[in-house]
Design a protein around this ligand. Structure first.
Ligand SMILES: NC(=O)c1ccc[n+]([C@@H]2O[C@H](COP(=O)([O-])OP(=O)(O)OC[C@H]3O[C@@H](n4cnc5c(N)ncnc54)[C@H](O)[C@@H]3O)[C@@H](O)[C@H]2O)c1
Ligand SMILES: [Zn+2]
Ligand SMILES: [Zn+2]
Length: 412
């Protein structure tokens, strides 16, 4: 038992008081965990674009004051009643979408959309009692997607915590708590490009480049895709340049990166992107540009922008007969997807995914092991690091499209 178990903890948190206003470092009170909840000490967190959308609240429902943050790594401080599979000292990654292990989704091999703990961006309180565990002088501060990692301590439902190898460096594997696992899963579990496939990626931030990185490794492989044992070897990391070279020799793998920010293109080459399209450079819709480049369309496309126009283009740019498009970006509240039904009749498939279809508790510990076995490279995605007191800089980097992930160090 830690000495703080059962007590209110006072600690620093970066509070968003209002939409789009810089976060303010405050002393908050963090209540002890209730039934099926866990209180953890966050060591490292990073910024994902989903935090930024809800903080800007331009196309999303505003809920303030709120503590954002959902990509992080931490250590269990204390556990509430009924928590049996975690104990103080365990290393965990919090995940914005949970796994109760009991519902029909958790029991299905095909779904990670847990009935109880699936992502809910409108809820700012804990499920147990409908209240927040954070307060400042008695005023409740809302949670965000059940994680709120921009705080030295936070309270999370046990179903939203993946217990990981304590030897894994949290300053690196924290990026597996959202963006990079999402890109990995969107590629391997959902888009499933086959050897020789062409892939279009819309949005070359961390999520899109994770898709590129894992696509090229998969495409370059000599293993048959259907073989499950071989599948594990597919992501065995050689090096991206070796993988790209392998793909070139195999005569495969066109990876077309689409972004409105041309500054992304240089960096994207290091992640296997072979061709670039900036929609601003063309008068016609980007789906037509891609169809011309690829003799009718790409085999797979993955959208990682959050822009409704990019989502529609990503669907319409896949080849008829077999093309599959996967939506990953988080849309605005009032967006609607408009396309001609003939696209479906022409046998194009549209899919979407949260967290790359991974179940956080069951699947993420082994994704972390892939990093430990040098089958995944995470360092390439980490371009900045700031102390917690300078968390607003991480927002500036993302808003200016500079770099990929910025790690926020809670201590020192
Ligand atoms: N589904 C999930 O589980 C999940 C998980 C993590 C992130 N996301 C979402 O994925 C998206 C990417 O996240 P990120 O952290 O990599 O963001 P990011 O800001 O680092 O990257 C997004 C990129 O998209 C580009 N872009 C924006 N609009 C575009 C358009 N219309 N056409 C082409 N490019 C465009 C931007 O220039 C930027 O380079 C966000 O929408 C985020 O909310 C979803
Ligand atoms: Zn995220
Ligand atoms: Zn469930």
């Amino acid at each position: 038992m830690s000495s703080t178990a059962g007590q209110v903890i006072r600690c620093k948190a970066a509070v968003a008081w209002d939409a789009g206003k810089p976060l303010v470092m405050e002393e908050v009170e963090v209540a002890p965990p209730q039934a099926m909840e866990v209180r953890l000490k966050i060591l490292f967190t990073s910024l994902c674009h989903t935090d930024v959308y809800f903080w800007e609240a331009k196309g999303q429902a505003p809920l303030f004051p709120r503590i954002f943050g959902h990509e992080a790594g931490g250590i269990v401080e204390s556990v509430g009643e009924g928590v049996t599979d975690l104990k103080p000292g365990d290393h965990v990654l919090p995940v914005f979408t949970g796994e109760c292990k009991e519902c029909r989704h958790c029991k299905s091999e095909e779904s990670n959309m847990c009935d109880l703990l699936r992502i809910n961006t409108d809820r700012g309180v804990m499920l147990n009692d409908g209240k927040s565990r954070f307060s400042i002088r008695g005023q409740p501060i809302y949670h965000f997607v059940g994680t709120s990692t921009f705080s030295e301590y936070t309270v999370v439902h046990v179903g939203c915590l993946a217990k990981i190898n304590p030897a894994a460096p949290l300053d690196k594997v924290c990026v597996l708590s959202c963006g990079i696992s999402t890109g990995l899963g969107a590629t391997l579990n959902v888009a499933k490009p086959k050897k020789g496939s062409s892939v279009a990626i819309f949005g070359l931030g961390a999520v899109g480049l994770a898709v590129s990185f894992f696509s090229i490794i998969r495409l370059a492989s000599n293993f048959p895709i259907q073989n499950v044992d071989a599948e594990a070897k597919l992501v065995r990391f050689v090096s991206i340049s070796q993988a790209a070279e392998g793909a070139r020799i195999a005569g495969a793998s066109r990876i077309i990166g689409v972004d409105l920010n041309s500054n992304r293109f240089n960096e994207a080459k290091k992640f296997g992107v072979t061709e670039f399209v900036n929609p601003k450079d063309y008068k016609k819709p980007v789906q037509e540009v891609i169809a011309e480049m690829t003799n009718g369309g790409v085999d797979r496309s993955v959208e990682c922008t959050g822009s409704i126009n990019a989502m529609i283009s990503a669907f319409e740019c896949v080849h008829d007969g077999w093309g599959v498009a996967v939506l990953v970006g988080v849309p605005n509240k009032d967006d609607s997807f408009k396309t001609h039904p003939m696209n479906f009749l022409n046998e194009k498939t549209l899919k979407g995914t949260f967290f790359g279809n991974y179940k956080p508790r069951s699947d993420i510990p082994s994704v972390v092991e892939k990093y430990m076995n040098k089958e995944l490279e995470l360092e390439k995605f980490i371009t900045h690091e700031v102390p917690f007191s300078e968390i607003n800089k991480a927002f500036d980097y993302m808003l200016s499209g500079e770099g990929l992930r910025c790690i926020i160090r809670m201590e020192g």
